[in-house]
Design a protein around this ligand. Structure first.
Ligand code: HEM
Length: 449
């Protein structure tokens, strides 16, 4: 990416020496981002010795994610232990290695294949709804997380979670704990012997063993007969790259870990926020119930119902606007670059804050309100590209987007058809981090309808 001689320095708050704007950010991160808007669409500041650059202008976001995507890379963010186990997975690889992996994995996400998982998604949602009603009260985030984990375990490696529950759950819990905003583990260097770090490493090692066993079992069972599951593991075992190589054992492990990591908590968070936001707006919740009762013939939603589940679709879009599960995306320029006329030095942490852009009053009326109806009409066509980007964009957009969109709609419609989920603390705020999770447990009473 070439840089013109007159690229200007980034505008932004000065902040204090070293800590920079960290204290303002810590005090109220949302107000901090509101204030940043005053400096323009691309804003520079410092935090604890790091150069940061927030991109709030959709055109500049498009430059980072699409037009100039090759000039940026993903920074190391996930914390060492996670990076160790996913380094060869498609979320973290770069360049030619990433491109070959993405092409190899793509067939898993073709429309027909994803839609083929629709019945399974709805079946698991019916089961979950019944369990929640029999419990009477649930922690919504962990209940939805259990549901999306079951669906993924089945579609990725044809495993019934009940059989191997402990090892998969411990892995998933370790991943979410590390990813949680402000977790010590993601902030302290790898040699600090935190007890949580030992526990997480043990969970990863156990899961690593379990996955290697699974791969061995699958290879031993012969591979490609009629009864071979149509899952990611089969795809990986049968894959070969254009240079004639095949995915190594480590890559297979890293890809499976990556998909569990990227694909389970995200969708669970979207479902959790859906119930929180629905509770805040009873007329919306009623309209959603009305729609699923009118459209569904039995107790579950099917792919064929989707064209008639218009309101469900708007609810899903609106949840992903107001509470985008990823929260923000991060990039780092490979060398000094020019972005929207500004000079962004190599090594700057470039933040694309979905939560801030998707609530920008220039693009959305009453942006903080949960109003699914806003998606009726032409909003989507009228919005600038990248004013709404819950699944990212450009070549590295979410590979699971179609899968997640389907799962979210089918699970939501099916659950709403079967039970009433009534959140007790609908005022819960998001915790500003990645993922964009509720700041406290979301508890709900669940009754059969
Ligand atoms: C509502 C649910 C989901 C949301 C909001 C979401 C969001 C995202 C976003 C924003 C990115 C881009 C990250 C970046 O550019 O830095 C991403 C990447 C990715 N997502 Fe998702 N995701 C969801 C569900 C899923 C599911 C269900 C899967 C898998 C089954 C998945 C697998 C991935 C993978 C593998 C990547 C990395 C792609 C690459 O770098 O080539 N995601 N996701």
């Amino acid at each position: 990416m070439s840089e013109s001689a007159d690229a200007r320095p980034l505008p932004g708050p000065d902040g204090l020496p070293f800590v920079g704007s960290f204290l303002e950010f810590r005090r109220d991160p949302f107000a901090f981002y509101d204030d940043l808007r005053e400096y323009g669409g691309v804003v520079g500041y410092r935090m604890m010795g790091y150069d940061m650059c927030s991109v709030l202008d959709p055109d500049a976001i498009e430059d980072v994610l699409l037009n100039e995507a090759d000039a940026f890379q993903k920074p190391a963010l996930l914390g060492e232990s996670l990076d160790d186990y996913m380094a060869e997975g498609v979320l973290l690889t770069e360049g030619e290695q990433w491109r070959a992996q993405r092409t190899m994995l793509q067939p898993m996400f073709y429309r027909e294949r994803v839609e083929g998982y629709g019945d399974l998604m709805a079946d698991y949602a019916v089961e979950a709804a019944a369990e929640w009603a029999s419990d009477g009260e649930v922690d919504v985030q962990s209940a939805t997380s259990d549901l999306t984990l079951r669906i993924l375990a089945r579609t990725l490696f044809d495993v019934d979670l009940d059989e191997r529950a402990a090892v998969v759950r411990e892995f998933a819990d370790a991943v979410s704990e590390i990813g949680r905003a402000g977790s010590l583990e993601s902030q302290l260097p790898g040699w600090v012997p935190l007890p949580s770090r030992r526990r997480h490493r043990r969970a990863f090692e156990n899961f690593d063993d379990a996955l290697r066993n699974l791969v061995d079992e699958r290879r031993a069972s012969g591979g490609s007969g009629d009864d071979t599951p149509d899952d990611l593991l089969t795809l990986l075992l049968d894959a070969d790259y254009p240079d004639g190589s095949t995915p190594s054992e480590t890559e297979i492990r890293d890809q499976l870990m990556t998909f569990l990591f990227a694909g389970h908590e995200t969708t669970a968070l979207a479902l959790t926020w859906a119930f929180v936001l629905l509770e805040r707006r009873p007329e919306t919740y009623d309209r959603l119930r009305q729609e699923v009762d009118d459209v569904l013939d039995d107790d579950r939603a099917a792919v064929a119902d989707l064209p008639d589940l218009t309101y469900t679709d708007w609810v899903a879009r609106e949840v992903l606007r107001l509470r985008p599960p990823a929260g923000a995306l991060f990039r780092e320029p490979r060398e000094d670059v020019e972005l929207a006329g500004y000079h962004v030095p190599e090594g700057t942490m470039v933040v694309l804050p979905q939560f801030a852009v998707q609530t920008d009053p220039r693009f959305f009326e009453a942006p903080e309100e949960f109003r699914p109806e806003r998606w009726a009409g032409d909003l989507e066509d009228d919005l600038p590209d990248y004013a709404y980007f819950p699944f990212g964009g450009g070549p590295r957009h979410c590979i699971g987007m179609r899968f997640a969109a389907l799962e979210l709609r089918l699970a939501l419609a099916t659950i709403v058809r079967n039970v009433d989920v009534s959140v007790r603390n609908p005022d819960v705020d998001p915790d500003l981090g990645t993922p964009f999770a509720p700041a406290e447990d979301v508890r709900a009473d669940v009754t059969e309808r």
